[in-house]
Write a protein that binds this ligand. Structure first.
Ligand code: NDP
Length: 281
């Protein structure tokens, strides 16, 4: 149900490429609801004031994308544990006269891998490549699934070390420099690319190319019309299954919709619809 005057948006800069308005329109349609959800271009350096303007125009919910996830976190006066763990938010909800923030990216990733791809994280050996915003959002939701071992590999080793430092106690977690070497013969059941290397046509890979355990999944948070360079590289080196991050995008949006509206949209038909729209270009 759309309550009169309630407005939603995805806020970013740039924002023209965002698929979030389409995804939320498809969710609402599937649920027999309506939603007023638009893409909102925010001037750089002006997030807090733009959020106030959005609020004044009836805005009660926002997804937040690059480069404003840290600003969104700062603007909220109530923060979920997931947002606190990430130090960044992609979700805002105005209620009880204040902004509540959350980070739904990691939940979206875990749901896509476990529910859509059918690969449980519990007891698995996982390599997470990248230590930027997306990796920070994924860390707590991954650890909550109790993997046997989580290794965070990053080009800048110090960033990976800083990321894992608060989680060392009670978790089998360590950090790896991408030019470093894996410990003796370690192979991973799940390798997740959370770097932006593909954007520059690079491959974010550790020195060893022998990464994959039998039946391994290689997952790239990036998505596109074609398999990403990381997906192609992984297939050629023994990953049994590869996936891009389109399902994660839809699942993080579904988690947002659920938090705003109290109802879980169906994601499978939306992922299929977006996949066919991507293929058409
Ligand atoms: P950030 O800019 O915060 O982090 C970038 C990361 O990539 C850093 O760890 C950086 O390493 C690493 N990196 C960049 N270039 C290279 C390279 N050439 N070789 C190796 N490592 C490199 O980006 P985000 O974390 O926000 O986003 C990462 C990716 O995840 C993007 O592709 C984004 O599109 C995707 N994403 C997908 C989502 C989805 O729903 N599917 C949601 C959120 C993000 P260093 O620390 O050394 O600089």
């Amino acid at each position: 149900m759309l309550r009169a005057g309630e407005r939603f948006a995805v806020i970013g800069n740039p924002i023209g490429h965002s698929r979030s308005p389409r995804i939320h329109a498809l969710f609402a349609h599937g649920l027999g609801q309506s939603i007023d959800y638009v893409a909102r271009l925010c001037p750089l350096g002006d997030f807090a004031r733009d959020l106030e303007r959005f609020r004044a125009s009836g805005g009660i919910g926002a997804n937040v994308t690059l480069p404003f996830k840290i600003d969104a976190y700062a603007c909220a006066t109530e923060r979920s544990p997931r947002a606190q763990a990430a130090g960044a938010a992609n979700f805002l909800h105005w209620h009880d006269s204040h902004w509540f923030c959350d980070n739904t990216d990691g939940a979206g990733l875990v749901r896509d891998i476990e529910n859509n791809l059918g690969v449980a994280l519990r007891g698995r050996s996982i390599l997470l490549l990248g230590a930027g915003g997306a990796a920070r959002g994924a860390l707590l939701p991954i650890l909550e699934r109790e993997p046997a071992h989580l290794c965070v590999g990053n080009r800048t080793h110090a960033t990976a070390q800083a990321l894992i430092a608060p989680w060392r106690e009670g978790h089998a977690i360590d950090a790896l420099a991408l030019d470093g070497h894996l410990s003796d013969g370690e192979r991973f059941d799940i390798v997740i690319n959370a770097t932006s290397a593909s954007l520059h046509g690079d491959l974010p890979l550790p020195a060893t190319s022998d990464l994959f355990a039998p039946t391994a999944l290689a997952y790239d948070m990036m998505y596109g019309r074609e398999p990403t360079p990381f997906m192609r590289w992984a297939s050629a080196r023994g990953a049994t299954r590869v996936s891009d991050g389109l399902g994660m995008l839809v699942e993080q949006a579904a988690e947002s919709y659920r938090l705003w509206r109290g109802v879980q949209p169906e994601t499978a038909p939306v992922i299929a619809q977006l996949r066919s729209e991507l293929a058409r270009g």
